[in-house]
Ligand binder design. Structure first.
Ligand SMILES: [Zn+2]
Ligand SMILES: [Zn+2]
Ligand SMILES: [Zn+2]
Length: 509
């Protein structure tokens, strides 16, 4: 079947500027892979392909960029001149051949919607990169600010199989449960048995592994991070010779961070940490003299390795704990230009890395089929029950909602966060994209070329709108009509992804 008229998602790879058209040739309009479909779904696909409104449907599909679970709306919108009340244009779902309007689901998780998650990752990439190099309303002088890429991990809760040579040592030594405390092999993909890479992140002895402490640590990880930022704030103030309460008049620290699950099911944080000048109403100011990136790295290392949080046990039978970050702390300087020393990272490297991780969900990263992760989940259920019982007599238990976060292995933080002044916002990028689409449509309709030079600044400007959009919409549901309709955008998104990867490879060559 020829599906070449279906436009694949042109989002491209992360490094691609979405508002500029592809000058490098090539095509993302190849054939779609549909041969893995079940006979039933294949029948539905064919029915859709030969349907009378197929053209209208592919238009709807293109408009949501192959979103696999779009929101369906019915209603009308009117653009009204704010000053005169004149209706400039109107739009109704009833005018559309399908009788409904589809809107992207906007899910950031690749496991939920490949297309929307790629768009989210592209926006994250731009947001993060703008915070490193400037651009998109962020002043270019940020490129000269001290900037670090730090990874903060969880401490050890017991030995797990690791990559490289795994815990070499005396294979005769046993733990109290009679299991070896050393492994000594190099775990590899495609191997069965004790050398299997499937063992990576699994404990050498599940009975020695401190599951309760792992869960409690994860539960408080967002608080521990917050403590770390406070500690950094204090030590920076100390270094600059100002009281912590007066630091904002001299310097501020901005963050963009993502949380990622390690194989052992513990989150770690990757963060960009940037030093700015005093808080000003106008935005981002130059950092104080005398704080280099290396000095900031020293302060970050000190804050991360000394910060601690004392938390109560889940009930009287449990122990209070002192939570800290793991010793595997990695703090690297980021340069806005190509670094001479290969330990330093470039802006594009970190932005790409953070953007990629921001679209992952817990279940994408860690196979919840592993015995270790299942045991983490049963530990959560068990601790939750104990906390429920304990909260009957003391309702202030900080563990009350633990049971709701089993699927996230007890991590209740956000997977991608940034401080307010780090960069442009996702909302600004979304509004800019909507404006861009409106302009491209207008330029096609009227035949006037787009003025690319002024376009970006214009699109991102937070101008007062002189027109109002008045809409009356009702939500009909989400998703396409059936599995056949869903199969097409799924295949198209996969095709677009392959194309983007191929193009990224050819650019590197
Ligand atoms: Zn979607
Ligand atoms: Zn091992
Ligand atoms: Zn043991």
């Amino acid at each position: 079947m020829d599906l070449s008229q279906l436009e694949a998602d042109p989002a491209g790879d992360l490094d691609h500027d979405r508002w500029r058209h592809d000058e490098q040739g090539g095509s993302d309009r190849g054939a779609l892979q549909l041969d893995h479909l079940s006979p039933e779904v294949a029948r539905l696909v064919v029915a859709r392909l030969v349907s009378k409104d197929f053209g209208a449907w592919t238009e709807a599909l293109a408009r949501v960029g192959n979103c696999v679970r779009p929101v369906r709306l019915r209603g009308t919108s009117e653009r009204v001149d704010a000053a005169t009340g004149e209706v400039l244009s109107s739009f109704s779902s009833a005018d559309h051949p399908l009788g409904v309007v589809h809107v992207r689901c906007g899910d950031r998780r690749a496991s939920e919607c490949p297309s929307c998650s790629r768009l989210y990752a592209a926006d994250m990439f731009h947001l993060i990169r703008a915070g490193v190099t400037g651009g998109k309303t962020v002043p270019e002088t940020v490129a000269d600010h001290p900037l670090l890429f730090a990874t903060l991990t969880a401490p050890s809760f017991g030995r797990v199989h690791t990559s490289g040579r795994c815990h070499p040592g005396d294979s005769a030594r046993r733990c109290p449960h009679g299991r070896p405390v050393h492994c000594g092999v190099v775990h590899a993909e495609g191997v069965e048995g004790p050398r299997s890479a499937g063992l990576l992140g699994q404990p050498l002895c599940a009975d020695c592994y401190d599951y309760a402490s792992h869960v409690v640590w994860q539960w408080f990880a967002p608080d521990l991070w917050r403590r770390f930022t406070i500690a950094l704030h204090r030590s920076l103030a100390h270094h600059l010779g100002v009281p912590a309460s007066g630091l904002a008049e001299v310097a501020t620290v901005q963050y963009a961070k993502v949380a990622e699950f390690q194989r052992r099911g513990a989150v770690h944080f990757h963060a960009l940490i940037r030093l700015d000048g005093p808080r000003t109403p106008g935005g981002i100011s130059d950092p104080p003299e005398g704080v280099t990136a290396e000095l900031l790295a020293g302060l970050v290392t000190e804050a991360a390795s000394t910060v601690q949080l004392h938390v109560p046990g889940v009930d009287d039978a449990d122990v209070p704990r002192r939570l800290v970050f793991g010793r595997q702390l990695d703090v690297r300087v980021v340069r806005s230009h190509r670094p001479d020393d290969d330990q330093a990272l470039t802006a594009a490297q970190v932005a790409g890395y953070l953007a990629k991780y921001s679209t992952k969900s817990a279940t994408d990263d860690v196979a919840t089929t592993s015995a270790h992760l299942r045991r983490l989940q049963t530990t959560i259920a068990d601790l939750d029950l104990r906390a429920q019982v304990a909260s009957l007599s003391d309702s202030s238990s900080p563990y009350r909602l633990l049971g709701h976060w089993g699927r996230m292995l007890g991590f209740r933080g956000h997977f991608a966060t940034k401080s307010r002044r780090y960069s442009v916002t996702l909302g600004q990028l979304r509004r800019a994209r909507q404006r861009a689409q409106a302009r491209i449509a207008a330029s096609r309709a009227t035949g006037t070329p787009l003025d690319l030079a002024s376009l970006e600044a214009d699109l991102l400007a937070d101008e007062e709108e002189t027109t109002l959009v008045v809409g009356r919409w009702c939500y009909l549901g989400s998703g396409w009509a059936d599995d056949g309709e869903t199969a097409l955008p799924t295949a198209a998104a996969a095709r677009a992804r392959e194309y983007a990867q191929e193009r990224a490879r050819s650019r590197r060559r």
